[in-house]
Design a protein around this ligand. Structure first.
Ligand SMILES: [Fe+2]
Length: 295
């Protein structure tokens, strides 16, 4: 049986305090600077009673479900609020070039890049070929899909439910692929390869494209790999929880105890081919989960 969405409505006073904290036009940059210089815990918001209570609630939902959807969060300043929200359950935010923490993606019909193509994506974990993939992925909806709720649907599959399912269904091939086989995964862009058991000590790393890339590189049996991937996709789809994010809504998910995927997105052209409305999100990662055994 599929679970209900694990969600929490942000209390009004918390939403107002976050909006105030992130009100300045340069709020996202200022917060990123505080992260890089290790001063983010000094943020006044984090020392208020209402935030601490909210944080406890988010952590409870996250702990019980391995993800949490936060409804009614302010979508101010292109992801500044996302940074603040991620720190309820995560710490050690991942930085990119030039001290950036927050990435922005606008879905486009003119790319095949998985991060912002309008095509549907497969279940995966993020940055799975890194020696230590981030513990948490955080996504905020800045502009919902114009075809929502039919398009831009997000799905989450918990690892424990996935393993229960393949055991229950006696799906021995998929079980072996996930927990027993040594699988190589290659990131084409950075040429980083990882190989080992994808499921280990209650955690998973998995991305179909990196498995395909490694199979191509080694000259291995690509069709056999496709069958394995289809087995995981079918099992994950069977047990996944699906939902759409409205403007401001946030998704915090464990990047080692869940797989996530996104359905196809739609586009409304304002001026073909370059000006269009489409789903826009802010994304960031945290290296560690607060108080977690999975670090
Ligand atoms: Fe992802």
């Amino acid at each position: 049986m599929k679970d209900c969405v694990a969600q929490l409505v942000t209390p009004g006073p918390v939403a107002a305090a976050v909006a105030k904290t992130c009100a300045a036009p340069d709020a996202a940059c200022r917060l990123e600077e505080m992260v890089v210089s290790d001063r983010i815990d000094d943020l006044l918001l984090f020392h208020t009673e209402s935030w601490r209570h909210f944080q406890d609630e988010v952590r409870r939902v996250f702990r019980d479900n391995d993800y949490a959807v936060l409804r009614g969060f302010p979508s101010v300043q292109d992801g500044a609020a996302l940074l603040v929200a991620t720190l309820t359950v995560g710490e050690a935010l991942r930085t990119y070039r030039n001290g950036k923490v927050i990435k922005h993606f606008k879905m486009s019909p003119w790319t095949t890049d998985l991060s912002h193509t309008t095509r549907a994506g497969e279940f995966h974990t993020d940055l799975n070929t890194e020696p230590h993939p981030p513990a948490i992925t955080a996504i905020q909806c800045l502009e919902p899909d114009p075809g929502s709720p039919r398009y831009g649907v997000t799905s989450i599959a918990r690892l424990r439910n996935l393993l229960d399912f393949v055991n229950r269904e006696y799906n021995e091939r998929t079980r072996r692929f996930l927990v027993q086989d040594t699988v190589a995964m290659l990131n084409d862009r950075s040429a980083v390869q990882w190989s080992g058991r994808m499921v280990d000590a209650g955690t998973i790393r998995y991305h179909p494209d990196t498995i395909r890339a490694a199979a191509r590189r080694s000259g291995g049996a690509v069709h056999a790999v496709e069958e394995d991937i289809a087995g995981v996709e079918d099992a994950a789809t069977s047990i996944a929880t699906s939902f759409t994010l409205e403007r401001g809504d946030l998704l915090l998910l464990s990047n080692c105890r869940t797989l996530h995927s996104r359905g196809p997105c739609s586009v409304v052209f304002r001026d073909f081919p370059t000006v269009f409305d489409s789903r826009r999100v802010a994304v960031l990662h945290a290296h560690r989960e607060r108080g977690s055994l999975y670090e």
